[in-house]
Every structure is written in structure tokens, then in C-alpha cells.
Design a protein around this ligand. Structure first.
Ligand code: ZN
Length: 674
């Protein structure tokens, strides 16, 4: 479970500018902190900040992503000039430069897709359809770490530890196939969602027309109808995050009986999974439903659908007309972004996807000083020690559960800055002047790299994020955490200011990731990573009851009159925010070693701590993008994450919050879990 969402993954885009470095904010004294704490801390920033035209949102994380992109561009340009560049550095430069060579891309047109288009055109029965669908399976989802639940392929592949036997890797299959981000976009009747849906079929028709395919309107209508049927059998976002519902072990032979329709033997053979004996099927009803559609829906509709999905997937690497149409729907309609990102920024984003570790190795060497790595590691250890103390002092938990929780804490494998070893890209063929081919080979390389793990010992030192990613992640089955170099930087982590500010920002982030091991999902895995209930019944009942009260607190938040948060959908992240903030506060207090906290700009230490936390969540998001986040994401919008402070007694004392204040919760309504 990661720290923040990357809602733009569909559009393959990341990264805008602002001045880095910050200390205490200029507060908005027109509001009382107890009425609107987020506004009090961030009002001046919110007033002064515009979302850049090429972005759907703006935040400190976005500013840091922009900085990481600029640094990465510098690295690529240098390596492109370096005659002694390593093989990996040459691949990075070739990949990026091929993407930037718009003249060649324009000249090639759809030619690079010709083999795949021929393969689709040659589909003549269910067997050949199953073979094409199987050949498209990619390692493009991650149900528990990065929580990437979306794939445009019929199914998504994830290779990770077996939930019942974490000493081995298992093959997970997840639902997929939609062109829009979630089933709700097809089925929900809210006017804002219906308005986007109304633009989707014309968009599909435009893509087909650009590819000179006849009868584009009629075909688009049939493709939409097929996708709507897929959406109908898809599991909801909430069900997809319930790990107990997801732990379904199917043998390869089970598929024919449990999910008739697809020719599964052909599908698995084409996917490179021939001989794989067992699978974990994350959303079994969806796999059954999708497979049935292969039998029930006309072959011609499937062929049109596969054609449009193929072109859409390739569109970032196709001529400008395709890029523009992709932007019109996925960025403008779905996220509200008025202007496309500069091409070089898109180039960095796709290079990071294809060759992330190769870029990251160069990035970390240049931009993550050993002293900062040591300082961050020390902070992580302080946070873990503070968490252990909190467990010890929980008044509701019995000693046997406490012992198991502490055992789990003791095995956490912490990665700071960058991984101990890097992905070996020697088998990845990158060719100058072949932008699309490079991208497709990189996807296949990543799939093969994951399939190669099957049958090998589990590597707990593997990372799931690159060092240049502004984010952090907990790997609940691996009992590991990654804190990439790019997030351990000002304004979140800054050696030139009072430590309290770092504890309120990065300390809370570290605490958040540790706490994911103990959120509603993480708490179901034991110290070995096995999905196994290690709680006494009384303790688990108490944990469930407190969690439900937190879900209900978040159910009350309404970013729009017609759209409330789903407290259950964002529960794991909110438990992590709450426990992370509480443990960061404890760790900061411990770091004072009994001395009084320094006052700064007239603010007490406690005030600085909570202000730094709320400041770290300052952000602005365009309405369609915010709606998309509420519908599809496990993370609550920034403002409500800052409101976590309502549950901590120390916040009430720090800002003299009284019963009449809007954010006030009576002591018994404040949620305390960890
Ligand atoms: Zn998280």
C-alpha cells in the first residue's frame, strides 16, 4: 500500500514547478484552526497556487516529481553525449530519443502496429481469440503493494508471494479489459459520470476513424456495449481490496469448469504459463463473467474491441493525431487537464516505466547523499521503536496479541533511498528509432522477468518503486517497505530546519508505511507474510470496531454535494495515516529526550508538528480528477487526510480546540487504533 495515488497512470504521465524548501507556513488567520485546520495552515498557499495547465493537480509531491523529471532529463542528455556510457545508460538514451523523434513516428504512422493488427484480423474462432488474448497478458497489476488494480488487457498478471505460503511465489490473475478506469464509469448514474460516459463512445469512434477503419460509429457502439458487459461482471473497488475474498486458489484445470468460455489451455500457452499448475484468482466472479463473454459475444465485436484497445495502448508512441485524441479523452474529459504535458516530460515518464531501475541507479548516485540516507534510516528506526512502545502501552490489547504484533514489527525489512541490487536489463532490446517497439518489448521484458521468479526463492530485498518516484510503499506480504530517494527531500525532509518539521512530514510518512502492516489488510498477515489470523478474538473484535468508526468518520466527508467518500474504500490508508501521525508524534517527543521543544515564529513545538503534517498535504486537484480519485482510489483527498489530526488529543491542546469548533470530536468519538 503506497502513500499517495498516482491517478494519472492511465495517461502514462507524471510530474510542475514551484519553489522548493519551506519552513513554517503563513497561516490564514481568517479561520480558526479548530474549524478548518487545513485552510488555516494552507490558506495562503491555496490562494497563491494555480494548477499548471498541463496538470490535473498540484502539490508539493507534484513539484518534487517535476524536479525529479528535470534531473532525469539532465542525466539522459549527459549519457547521450557520453561515448563511454554503460550499456544501460545507452538504452536509456536510445529509448528516450526514439520517443522524442516525432518526425520518424509521424512517418511510420500505424506501421509499427501492423503485426498485431494482422494477428487480430486473423482471429476466426474462439481458440484463435483465446490465443491472442493470452498473448497480451502482461505483468501490469499489483494488488497489495502499489495497488495498481487497472489493466486494459482482459486479465492482469501479478507475481508475488503466495498468501498461504509466503516462502514461494504465486501467479495472481486480476480482472481487466475496460477502457475507462473503473466499472462505475459504465454503470453509475451520477450526472458527472454520465457526462464522461457520453463522451467515451465518440472517442472510440474517433480512434477507429483515425486508423481508417470503416463503420467507426457502429463499431464504437458495439465496443462500448461489450465493455459495459465487462464492467457489469467486474468486482467493485471495495471488494477488490478485501484480501480474504481474493485468496482463491484455482488449479489450471479448474478454469474450464469454473470459468467456461475462454479456451484456457490456449490462453495459458500463449501467455507463457503452460505448465503452471496453480493460480490465485483475485476476483473469481469477474474471471468467470469475462470468460463467459468470450463465448457469448460475437467474434467481430471482440476483434473491433481488440483493435481499439491495441491502438489506445500504443497511442503515446503513435503520430500526433492519436496522441491528441488520447489527451482529449483521458486527460481533458477524465481529469479536467486543459493542456498536454510537454513531450519531454512524457518522454521521461515512459522511460521511467521501461527502464526505471537503470535511471534510478544513476539518479540515486547523484541526488541522494549518504548523509541523508543515514539520517532517514535513523528516523525510520526511531519510528519503529516508537511503534513498539505504542503496542506495549495499548490498554485494549492482550499480551499474546501484543507479542505477535511486536514480532511482526521486528521483521520489517526497510529500504531507504534505493534498492541493494538492481534489475538486469541485458535481455531488453532497445533500438534507436523504434519508439513503439521499444515500449512493447519493455512490457514483455517486465512480464518475463516476473514469470522467471516462479519456482525461485523469494527475494525480500526487491523494490516495487524506483528511487526517482515521489512516493513510498509498504509490501504487506513481504513485510517490507520502500522509501525512495525522491520523497526524502525538501520540503518533506530537510536538514536545514528544526527536526519537528521533518517529524510532522516525513516522520508521519514513515509511520504511515509502517502502519500499513497493521491496517485492515496488513493486520491479517502474520510475521512470515502468511494470511493468517494471529489475533485473539476479543482483540480482533476491538480492532474491527475501531476501524469501523474510522470508516464512518470518513463516510461523512463530501467533496461534492453528489459525491461522498466511501469510508470502507479508503479505510486502510486512513488507519495508516492515523497510526502514522500518532507514532510520528511519539517519536518526535522521544527525540527531545526530556528537553522542551524550541518555539519558532511564536509557534510551540506541538503546533509546529501538526502544522507541518497539514502542510505536507497541501494540494489542489481539478474537479474531474478529484471525482476520479474518489471513485477509484484507496486514498482520501488531501484535505481529509490532513483532518486526521482530529483524532489526536495533543492537537486539541496545541490549538485550544473547543466543543463549538467544526472539527471538534468529543474524546469518545476520537478514533484510537494503534
Ligand atoms: Zn498508504
Amino acid at each position: 500500500m503506497k502513500l499517495v495515488s498516482v491517478a494519472l497512470s492511465l495517461t502514462l504521465l507524471t510530474g510542475a514547478a514551484n519553489s522548493p524548501g519551506r519552513d513554517l507556513p503563513v497561516v490564514d488567520s481568517s479561520v480558526r484552526p479548530g474549524d478548518a485546520f487545513y485552510q488555516y495552515v494552507n490558506g495562503a498557499w491555496l490562494k497563491a497556487t494555480d494548477i499548471p495547465a498541463d496538470r490535473s493537480s498540484m502539490s508539493d509531491g507534484a513539484m518534487l516529481s517535476e524536479q525529479a523529471d528535470q534531473r532525469t532529463r539532465g542525466i539522459i542528455q549527459e549519457t547521450a553525449r557520453d561515448k563511454n556510457a554503460t550499456a544501460d545508460a545507452k538504452k536509456i538514451a536510445d529509448f528516450y530519443n526514439a520517443f522524442m523523434d516525432e518526425a520518424s513516428i509521424e512517418k511510420l504512422g500505424l506501421e509499427p502496429l501492423a503485426p498485431q493488427l494482422r494477428e487480430i484480423a486473423a482471429i476466426h474462432d474462439r481458440t484463435s481469440l483465446s490465443r491472442v488474448l493470452g498473448g497480451q497478458l502482461r505483468a501490469d497489476v499489483d494488488a497489495l503493494n502499489s495497488t495498481e488494480l487497472y489493466t486494459d488487457k482482459l486479465l492482469g498478471l501479478w507475481v508475488a508471494q503466495d498468501l498461504d505460503d509466503p516462502s514461494r511465489y504465486a501467479t495472481f490473475l486480476l480482472q481487466g479489459g475496460l477502457g475507462m478506469p473503473d466499472r462505475d464509469y459504465y454503470l453509475d448514474d451520477a450526472p458527472a459520470t454520465a457526462a464522461i460516459r457520453a463522451r467515451y463512445t465518440p472517442h472510440l469512434a474517433k480512434v477507429l476513424a483515425l486508423a481508417n477503419i470503416k463503420d467507426a460509429d457502429a463499431k464504437a457502439a458495439r465496443i462500448f456495449a461489450l465493455e459495459k458487459r465487462m464492467a457489469t461482471v467486474h468486482s467493485t473497488r471495495v471488494d477488490s481490496s478485501d484480501v480474504v475474498k481474493a485468496n482463491n486458489h484455482w488449479s489450471a484445470r479448474d478454469f474450464d469448469a469454473k470459468a467456461p468460455g475462454l479456451d484456457w489451455q490456449e490462453y495459458f500457452a500463449a501467455a507463457g504459463l503452460k505448465g503452471q499448475a496453480d493460480f490465485i484468482v483475485w476476483q473469481p466472479a469477474a474471471v468467470t463473467g469475462l470468460s463467459a463473454l468470450v463465448a457469448s459475444q460475437p467474434l467481430e465485436t471482440w476483434k473491433d474491441y481488440l483493435t481499439v484497445r491495441l491502438i489506445e495502448h500504443a497511442s503515446p508512441y503513435l503520430p500526433k493525431a492519436f496522441v491528441d485524441e488520447r489527451f482529449e479523452f483521458y486527460s481533458k474529459a477524465l481529469s479536467g487537464t486543459p493542456k498536454p504535458r510537454d513531450r519531454w516530460k512524457r518522454g521521461i515518464a515512459v522511460t521511467n516505466i521501461a527502464l526505471g531501475d537503470a535511471v534510478g541507479k544513476l539518479y540515486a548516485a547523484r541526488y541522494f547523499a549518504p548523509a541523508e540516507k543515514a539520517r532517514a534510516e535513523a528516523m525510520v528506526h526511531n519510528l519503529i521503536a516508537a511503534f513498539a512502545r505504542r503496542i506495549e502501552h495499548l490498554d485494549w490489547m492482550q499480551p499474546e496479541t501484543k507479542a505477535k504484533a511486536k514480532a511482526k514489527l521486528a521483521v520489517l525489512k526497510i529500504g531507504v533511498g534505493y534498492p541493494d541490487h538492481w534489475i538486469d536489463y541485458s535481455a531488453l532490446d532497445i533500438r534507436p528509432g523504434d519508439a513503439l517497439g521499444n515500449a512493447l518489448r519493455a512490457e514483455l521484458f517486465e512480464t518475463h522477468r516476473n514469470l522467471a521468479k516462479l519456482g525461485k526463492p523469494v527475494d525480500r530485498s526487491e523494490w516495487v518503486m524506483t528511487p526517482q518516484t515521489v512516493n513510498a510503499v509498504n509490501l504487506p506480504v513481504m513485510n517490507a517497505m520502500n522509501f525512495p530517494a525522491a520523497i526524502l527531500a525538501p520540503p518533506y525532509f530537510d536538514p536545514k530546519r528544526l527536526a519537528v518539521m521533518d517529524y510532522g512530514a516525513t516522520g508521519a510518512t514513515i509511520g504511515h508505511e509502517i502502519s500499513h502492516s497493521f491496517d485492515d489488510q496488513g493486520a491479517q498477515f502474520d510475521a512470515t507474510g502468511k494470511l493468517h489470523n494471529w489475533w485473539t478474538p476479543e482483540d480482533f473484535a476491538h480492532f474491527k470496531e475501531s476501524s469501523q468508526r474510522l470508516a464512518q468518520q470518513y463516510d461523512q466527508y463530501r467533496p461534492f454535494p453528489d459525491l461522498a467518500l466511501n469510508g470502507q474504500q479508503v479505510l486502510g490508508e486512513n488507519i495508516a495515516d492515523l497510526a502514522g501521525l500518532a507514532v510520528a508524534y511519539d517519536a518526535w517527543q522521544l527525540s527531545l529526550k526530556g528537553k522542551a521543544a524550541p518555539v519558532a515564529d511564536g509557534f510551540t513545538g506541538d503546533q509546529q508538528f501538526f502544522m507541518s503534517f497539514a502542510q505536507s498535504w497541501r494540494g489542489k486537484t481539478r474537479e474531474p480528477a478529484l471525482r476520479q480519485q474518489v471513485i477509484t482510489d484507496g486514498h482520501a483527498p488531501d484535505e481529509y487526510r490532513a483532518d486526521t489530526v482530529r483524532n489526536l488529543d495533543a492537537w486539541y491542546q496545541a490549538f485550544d480546540v473547543k466543543a463549538a469548533d467544526k472539527l471538534y470530536l468529543s474524546p469518545e468519538r476520537r478514533v484510537r487504533i494503534w
